[in-house]
Write a protein that binds this ligand. Structure first.
Ligand SMILES: Cc1ncc(COP(=O)(O)O)c(C=O)c1O
Length: 405
């Protein structure tokens, strides 16, 4: 049974995105496939954001834009209140997206042939951005270790951890950067202060710049705090580029309004230099959405988190009971993404198989997993749609006509 949720904001009523500009829905335009792949949610943005955009559109002049003091204050206040992070306005570099930020970081701080280190599985641009910029990528798999887990959050007993010995073996004298994803897409981990401190020590000892993608930091589902790497203190703050955005938490990624937060002036100058002439400016509507989200979106975000927790628990319960061969191995601590181990289904092409049964998922191999082994599921949608998708997945799991590897 689907548990009821009562709250001021409505996440249950479906918004029809078919026939719109949505990448997520266009992929399966003429097919009865529920898209649970690309990471945006099927919810309307906070009403406060929509109202601010209406007012901005009504103004009617859409020239080249810069953030106003009020927009900057809204960002700084959110960081201070949520994370105790005191940021100076001069540290901000606005960007039209975090993937742009990953590319610029690779370009700015490593020379052609030098390397970026990251842990896999991971959001694919962590690996593609360095290659696109003619930089090498060194990947070190995260280790799935058993760990005690609070019963309320998951039936899973694992924990994805950084494999420090493998990191020491992998790092080379040509390595210049470490790309961190925290909270992590796709394994949904929130790295704690101790692990981050150890990572900072690792980066300092190997003379690496730490680029920390924190786009999911406002989507923590459990109680643990988000620790921005920029708050770790000591020397690491001067070697840190933090990438942030309101995109994921307020469902406004289509505005491409993001930030690099770089405390060190010379690092910042190098970064800005690498953007010059090739990185587009943020647009006026993006700034409006960003300010309204950070300034007025908090009640909506809290309601969203409650709804996502409900979706996560529904998914975990359903998977454990009804989807043999689909395993969530570690708790989903943050994000609206679930990393599903489907190895024991033995499917040659799990994405194609689930598509045949009406569900569109992301293929784990693009995140660095072995082909046929993992899928990523996006549960940022009305619960009834999630329930429909999971019922379809149950049929898919039971279908033994699928080509097995
Ligand atoms: C970890 C991470 N970084 C960056 C992005 C994309 O950022 P943008 O749309 O700002 O390029 C995503 C989107 O899924 C993500 O999960």
């Amino acid at each position: 049974m689907i548990p009821p949720y009562r709250m001021t904001y409505d996440f249950d009523t479906p918004v029809d995105r078919r026939g719109t500009d949505s990448q997520k829905w266009q992929k399966y335009a003429d097919r009865d496939i529920l898209p649970l792949w690309v990471a945006d949610m099927d919810f309307r943005a906070p009403p406060e954001v929509i109202a601010a955009l209406h007012a901005r559109v009504e103004h009617g002049v859409f020239g080249y834009a810069r953030p106003t003091d009020s927009t900057i204050e809204a960002v700084l206040a959110a960081m201070q209140i949520r994370y105790g992070w005191a940021i100076a306005p001069s540290w901000l570099v606005w960007l039209p997206g975090l993937v742009v930020g990953l590319n610029v970081t690779a370009r700015a701080f490593a020379r052609p042939g030098e390397a970026v280190l990251c842990n896999t599985p991971v959001y694919p641009p962590f690996m593609s951005a360095p290659s696109q910029q003619d930089r090498a990528v060194i990947t070190v798999p995260l280790a799935l270790r058993s760990a005690p887990v609070p019963a309320s959050t998951s039936t899973a007993t694992g924990r994805w951890e950084i494999d420090w010995e493998a990191m020491e073996r992998a790092v080379t004298p040509q390595t210049r950067l470490f790309f961190l994803c925290n909270p992590h897409n796709p394994v949904a981990r929130v790295f704690g202060r101790d692990e981050l401190a150890r990572l900072a020590e690792f980066c300092l000892r190997h003379d690496l710049i730490l680029c920390s993608d924190e786009i999911h930091c406002d989507l923590i589902l459990d109680r643990q705090p988000h620790v921005p790497t920029g708050t770790l203190g000591g020397d690491i703050a001067r070697r840190t580029v933090t990438l942030m955005a309101p995109s994921k938490s307020y469902n406004v990624p289509g505005f491409g309004t993001s930030l690099a937060i770089i405390p060190d002036a010379s690092l910042r100058a190098q970064f800005v230099q690498a953007t010059t002439g090739i990185v587009a400016e943020v647009n006026c509507l993006g700034y409006t959405a960003c300010e309204a989200a950070y300034r007025q979106g908090e009640p909506w975000r809290q309601a969203l988190l409650a709804y996502l927790r409900g979706n996560r628990d529904f998914l975990l319960d359903y998977a454990a009971r009804e989807l043999p061969g689909v395993r969530v191995e570690a708790p989903i601590e943050a994000t609206y993404l679930a990393w599903l181990n489907v190895k024991t289904l033995g499917l040659k092409d799990p994405v194609a198989h689930f598509e045949r049964h009406g569900v569109g998922l992301s293929d784990g191999r693009y995140f660095g997993a072995e082909p046929g082994s993992y899928l990523r599921l996006n549960f940022g949608c009305p619960r009834a749609m999630l329930a429909d998708a999971l019922a379809r997945m149950k049929h898919a799991v039971a279908d033994d006509r699928a080509p097995r590897s």
